[in-house]
Design a protein around this ligand. Sequence first.
Ligand code: ASP
Ligand code: MG
Length: 448
Amino acid sequence: MSLTVAKFGGTSVADYQAMVRCANIIKQDENCRTAVVSASAGVTNYLVRLSQAEVPAAEQASIITSISEIQHNITAQLAAEHDLNREIALLLNELTELAKQQSNHYSLQNADAILSYGEQMSSLIFAEVLRSIGLPGIQFDVRQVMKTNSAYGQANVDIEQLKQASQAVLQPLLQEHIVVTQGFIGQDSLGYTTTLGRGGSDYSAALLAEALDATKLAIWTDVEGIFTTDPRITDQARSIPEISFGEAAEMATFGAKILHPATLIPAMRQNIPVFVGSSKEPEKGGTRIQQEVASKPTYRSIALRRQQSLVTVKSPEMLHASGFLAKVFAILAKHELSVDLITTSEISVALTFDNPTASSQHLITQAVVEELEQLCEVTVEHGLSLVAVIGNGLNAAKGLGRDIFQKINDFNIRLICHGASSNNLCFLVPEENANTIVEQLHDRLFTQ
Ligand code: ASP
Ligand code: MG
C-alpha cells in the first residue's frame, strides 16, 4: 500500500495561513496519511531559553506570553468550534510549572520536557486545521512509539522498538485517519521526554517513514528544494530537480542546511524516495532524492561549511615508523572528536574538525592539544571554511584543473581532499574568501 509521510517544518506551521497551505498539500496526496510537525517557527528558540538555569521570573512570564500569542493567533482564525484554547492553556500551565522548577533546580531531563512543548502544541493545532478543511486529522503522541535512550538533548532512537510499536499502534490508525504527530521528541525507558537534537524533526519523519514502510517521505520547508549552492551566497543558485542519496548525503554533511544530516539514513536503508519542497509554493516543485537518478552530472552542487579548525601534527619519528596515526586517533577518540578531512605527508598529518556553529568555543581544547603534544608537534589554525564540490565520478574526472582549480588560482588553498569519494572534492580556504570562491566556482560550474 502506498503511504506518504509528510514533514512540515517550523515556518510551514508558523501561522494559520501556513498551516492551511500544508493541510491542502495533504489533501492533494491521497497517500499522505502521516504528518510530522515541527514547533511553530520561533517557539523552540523561546523554549531553549526557558530550559536554561536561572531565568528571571519576569522573563519566564514574558516568554510564555509570547509563545501563547503565537499559538492563539492560529487558533483564533479557526472558524469551526474547537476546544484548542483549553488544551493549549493546560499545556502552557504545565510548561510554566516546569520552567519554574528548572530555574530553581536545573536538570537536563527537565530541559527536554520543556523543549517538547512546541511540537506538542503545533501538532494539536495542525490536527484541528486538517479537520477544518474536512480531513480526518487526529493528533498522535509520538512518545508512544519513539523510544530512545536517556541522552537528553541528543537522544538515540531504538529503531527496532519504533518499528514494532509503529506497526502495532500507529499503522491501524492510518486506515481511517490522517495522523498528525510530533517531530524532534521521544521518550526514554523511564518514561521521561527526550529530544533528538535541534532540527531533529526531519530525522523523526524519516524514522517514522522507515518504521511504517512508507513509499515516500516529503519534507516541506520554506525553500523549493535543494539548491546548487546556498542562495544567500549567489542569486544564480537554483533548485536541483533530482539528486541521488549519495550526493544529497554528502551535501547534508558538508553544510547544506536544508536537511538534518541524519535524515537520509533511514530513507536510504529502506530505499524510500524523499521529496523536498516549499510549502509556500508547492506548485514550484522541489527536489527528488532517490537511489537511482536519470542524470549523473560531474558537478551537482557546492556546499560550504564555516568555522573549521585545522590541526597539523608533525613528528620526525613518523618516518618509516608504524603506529603513530593509531596513537593520534586514540587521543581524538578519547576526547570524542570526529575528524572530517585528512591529508598526510611522510612526517605530518593534517586533520580538520567542524566547530558547532552556535558556539564560540573550539572543539580542539587545550587539553587535547597538550595530550597530542606529548607525541608530536601540534599546530592549530582556526578561521577556515570548507568548500565541497559535490557530484558524480569526481575521483576519476578529467578537467578538474580547468573547471575548479583555475577558478581558485588566486586564493590560498590550505588543504585539498580528493580521491576518497567519487561524490566530493573538498578544500579548505580562509573564511574571508569563502563566499567569493563559492560564487566564482558556482558561476564556472553551473551557469556557463
Ligand atoms: N523544533 C525543533 C527545532 O527547532 C525541531 C525541528 O524543528 O526540527 O530545532
Ligand atoms: Mg528544520
